[in-house]
Design a protein around this ligand. Structure first.
Ligand code: AOF
Ligand code: ZN
Length: 361
């Protein structure tokens, strides 16, 4: 990536409009893979005259929707795009040419496109055509928006994240906080962001689902290890069956009902991060979330494996206002203290009183 930041005429409100473009891009969260989420705002004389986002791979890019929205007003305007406009014929024609044809005066770009067939060529093409181009406005925000896409483009591997919940007394929860996160909120939003979610077992007899209205649902990968089972899957409807895959250890036994249901089963010699990652890569997935509900010992093993082989990109720890009995594991042994503690924190807290820590490797 040759052009990183700068160039062009930076203006005071550039950041404001770029943040709006990021907001638009996020409307398609979970729906664009393997494409990135992209948003575009067109501004003329201090007025927003067009807005658009990329809704889904195969459909027009963000710039095209925003240009349609702006119509004639695009002439001599400024476009804010979270990702460098493309300059290639993919499933859709190049956005650089569309912006040139619409006679834009200036284009503000959040970040250059790591896709090797774009990689700065979009910016170069716009500059050749005499358009004032600024690159790198709200760059960190734009990078965070597409962290999975960027990782996949640069390494060819899916972006791998691990999440788990901790009680206030530091125990790994084998479930989500009581009726908390599963009913919408933070966890629900998180599920939408990933192409696939890996579960050690559907713990409470059902698969987690994003509760957001109209939400994208991930592919569910259920791990069936020899030490755990026989695995029992809850009854699933047609739609759910097509979205569940069982990764089975060669020695694990699976409840016969599972195979009768026609669920895809992949038999692996050894189930570890590498074998899961490889299979997800073969399926062309861009992002995978491991939803961990196991023991402290298992988590430690998983993290050691991940760190040693440099396989994990992100860790998400949710601290839930719950006191858990050390021996427990079941909800009966835990006490909800969300209504008894007054939480003070500099970080944003979820409506259920949980705190989320995010880290990157
Ligand atoms: C943009 N604006 O909104 C998006 C871009 O197959 P295609 O035609 O959809 O091209 C996909 C590639 O285009 C994708 O890998 C990325 O490099 C770029 N995505 N570019 O100017 C957009 N979604
Ligand atoms: Zn494009």
């Amino acid at each position: 990536i040759k052009i990183r930041c700068g160039g062009g005429t930076v203006e005071r409100d550039d950041g404001y409009y770029m943040r709006r473009a990021v907001e638009l891009a996020r409307k398609a969260v979970g729906c664009t893979s393997p494409n990135p989420m992209v948003g575009c705002v067109i501004v003329k004389d201090g007025q927003v005259v067009g807005e658009g986002f990329h809704p889904k791979a195969g459909q027009p890019h963000a710039e095209v929707f925003a240009l349609r929205d702006a119509g004639e007003l695009a002439h001599s305007s400024t476009a804010y795009v979270t990702l460098e406009p493309c300059n290639h014929y993919g499933r859709t024609p190049p956005c650089s040419e569309a912006l040139i044809a619409a006679k834009l005066k200036k284009v503000v770009v959040g970040m250059v496109d790591p896709n090797p067939i774009v990689a700065s060529r979009g910016v170069e093409r716009l500059r050749e055509a005499g358009i004032d181009v600024v690159v790198g406005v709200e760059e960190e925000l734009c990078k965070k928006l597409n962290e999975a896409y960027i990782h996949k483009m640069l390494t060819g591997k899916p972006f791998l994240a691990l999440r788990y919940s901790l009680s206030a007394n530091g125990l790994i929860l084998p479930h989500l906080g009581e009726g908390v996160s599963e009913n919408g909120g933070y966890y629900s939003l998180l599920l939408q962001e990933y192409d696939a979610v890996v579960l050690s077992a559907p713990s409470n007899g059902k698969f987690p689902k994003s509760q957001e209205p109209g939400a994208n649902q991930p592919l569910w990968i259920v791990i069936a290890k020899a030490s755990h089972y026989p695995i029992q899957l809850p009854p699933l409807d047609e739609e759910e069956i097509s979205r569940v895959i069982v990764f089975r250890d060669r020695r694990a036994t699976v409840e016969p009902k599972t195979t009768q249901q026609g669920i895809e089963t992949v038999v692996l010699d050894k189930i570890n991060l590498a074998s899961i990652l490889e299979d997800c890569k073969q399926r062309g997935l861009c992002s995978v979330l491991i939803d961990f509900r196991g023991s402290f010992h298992e988590l430690r093993e998983l993290l050691e494996d991940a760190i040693e082989h440099d396989m994990l990109q992100k860790i998400i720890v949710e601290i839930v206002p719950l006191l858990d009995e050390p021996a427990g594991g079941s909800l009966d042994g835990s006490h909800w203290i969300g209504n008894r503690v007054k939480i003070n924190s500099l970080r944003p807290i979820n409506s259920d009183g949980s705190v989320v820590l995010e880290g990157y490797f």
